[in-house]
Design a protein around this ligand. Sequence first.
Ligand code: SAM
Length: 208
Amino acid sequence: MRRSLVRVLKDKGITNEKVLAAIGTVPRHVFFDEIFDSHAYQDKAFPIAEGQTISQPYTVAFQSDLLEITPGSKILEVGTGSGYQCCVLLELGAEVITIEYKEKLSLLARQTLGQMGYHAHFLVGDGSQGYPQLGPYDGIIVTAGAPIQAIDPLVKQLKVGGKLIIPVGDLQTQKMLRISKVSKTEIVREEYNNFSFVPLLGDNGWTN
Ligand code: SAM
């Protein structure tokens, strides 16, 4: 089933072989309640606890590709959710710091990843402000739909050469952006397709 998911992602235009291998390795059904595990290898987002979602595999692959991870890259993920995206980043060789607003989700993800043998640094809090205490980062990936004001504080927490991958727009639709910090004072902004994420909460998000 994982192989057929990888074929679907290739057909949809994902070409990064390392990302495809990571998706082909991480068992997604582990993040589903047993009664729903027939949904696990469909290329769809799916509800998890606390009114949140596990991201669509295509979205996970798309954002992971844009990060251009190399082994040892230090990545901050904003929005741990189920922990699936975090596993894909770990499979790509990243060191992952993942922050989640909803404590229950963070605890569940920590438990699930622990049982799978993955190691990440789990934080609970408002990731709309990033997490400067452990920065600077080679990459920051935001997995919730953000307003424009979320960008600047996160860019400040990147190393020179680092990349912020963030869906920015309104509450319904967001454009995926890649913002690369090319020097201490310069950024390059690239704009990709439309996506539809659950809202980023917190001080630089939509609401508390
Ligand atoms: N990456 C997740 C996965 O693989 O399952 C999907 C994440 S889900 C689409 C978005 C997550 O962002 C939700 O779990 C939500 O609680 C979290 N979130 C929203 N605002 C946040 C914030 N300010 N800080 C941290 N997490 C936040």
